[in-house]
Design a protein around this ligand. Structure first.
Ligand SMILES: *Cc1c(COP(=O)(O)O)cnc(C)c1O
Ligand code: SF4
Length: 346
């Protein structure tokens, strides 16, 4: 058994186990996890100081998850409806999302796929995965596959290699994207052997998920460095979370430090309208204002797109501050500092 596999068996999954670290005890954990399971990896257990710190809030269950709201759904993006075969979401013609597993090394309390994650009945079988791969092979308009889950790196190297080989044997699939939180929650998963394996399937973009500077531990940075040094491009998605990172200073530090670590910020996600995650929601106005601040302060390379994934499966759109006051022959544009500038538009 590899070190990460052993660590994975040592994750905290019960309220009882949390009791050994009283400072980590959340509110009503036992009640919450009968609906939404808990999983906290050993690396996180070592990093979290308190239930209400930026990491604690992301991973320790909270009674607020059980407050129902009429605005949220189990499947707000209509992923089930957009699945031509199980575990494959085709919202856009040319790129598809392949859900390889329903498990993760740690369960984020704000997860969009909360309905599936850690639930046995959503386990992905090899037969289903085969069907999804056959579907991709049969639809020649698909040129990009986003390997997601759950966390695809919970698969063994052998299984992952099998999936990647099957995808690479499809001539119309040009680009692979692999989304994983392993560098943050299970850095031991990023082994030299894994880097070598991923390297063989280029162009493969590794999509990390980092929300707060506290997630950039020494181990996480080392794992990212190994990937980069194997020639794998790292891009990141961040979820905008109330009480975790909805703050200009925190976001600036996060994106600057990521850029230094050679991770290019790609998306800042508005929280999806997922049941059980209401307490993490921010208003659209807040996100737009934060983006305006980033534009003034940060290198353009450090600025992600702020996107909202529209309910009903209509896809993601970027939200930007109002830079355009008027178009036409005498356009008026608003500078990042607020000044309105005339722009001859001929
Ligand atoms: C986000 C997403 C994609 C990828 O969108 P990009 O804008 O290319 O990053 C593809 N399919 C689904 C279902 C998605 O949710
Ligand atoms: S790692 Fe991703 S899929 Fe897994 S719980 Fe977190 S957000 Fe959800």
């Amino acid at each position: 058994m590899e070190d990460w596999q052993k660590q994975n068996t040592e994750a905290l999954t019960s309220a009882e186990q949390l009791q050994y670290r009283p400072e980590l005890e959340g509110n009503g954990v036992e009640k919450v996890i009968s609906t939404y399971p808990m999983r906290i990896s050993p690396h996180l257990v070592a990093q979290i100081q308190r239930a209400d710190d930026p990491l604690g809030r992301q991973f320790i269950p909270h009674l607020d998850e059980l407050s129902p709201s009429s605005a949220t759904r189990d499947d707000p993006l209509d992923e089930e409806r957009l699945s031509p075969v199980p575990n494959l979401v085709q919202r856009y013609r040319k790129r598809v999302l392949l859900l390889t597993t329903s498990s993760c090394f740690a369960y984020c309390r704000f997860c969009t796929r909360k309905r599936r994650i850690g639930h046995h009945q959503h386990r992905v079988t090899w037969g289903e995965l085969g069907c999804a791969l056959d579907y991709i092979g049969a639809d020649s308009s698909i040129n990009e596959v986003i390997i997601s889950g759950g966390d695809p790196l919970t698969m063994s190297d052998r299984l992952l290699q099998e999936v990647l080989e099957r995808l690479r044997s499809i001539p119309h699939v040009k680009i692979l994207r692999l989304g994983s939180r392993a560098p943050v929650v299970m850095p031991a998963r990023i082994t030299l052997q894994l880097c070598k394996l991923l390297q063989r399937f280029e162009p493969l973009y590794f999509l990390t998920h980092i929300n707060h500077p506290a997630e950039l531990s020494v181990e996480t940075l080392a794992a990212c460095r190994m990937l980069v040094e194997a020639g794998i491009t790292l891009v990141n998605q961040t979820v905008l979370l109330r009480g975790v990172n909805d703050d200009a200073v925190i976001l600036q530090e996060l994106f600057e430090r990521m850029l230094q670590a050679r991770i290019r910020p790609y998306y800042l996600h508005q929280m999806d309208l997922t049941s059980g995650t209401e307490h993490f929601r921010t208003r659209l106005e807040d996100g737009i204002e934060l983006m305006g601040g980033l534009r003034r302060e940060l290198s353009g390379l450090a600025i992600p797109h702020y996107v909202v994934d529209l309910p009903g499966g209509h896809g993601k759109i970027p939200l930007v501050p109002e830079y355009v006051e008027a178009l036409g022959p005498c356009a008026r544009l608003r500078a990042a500092d607020g000044t309105v500038v005339d722009y001859p538009n001929v």
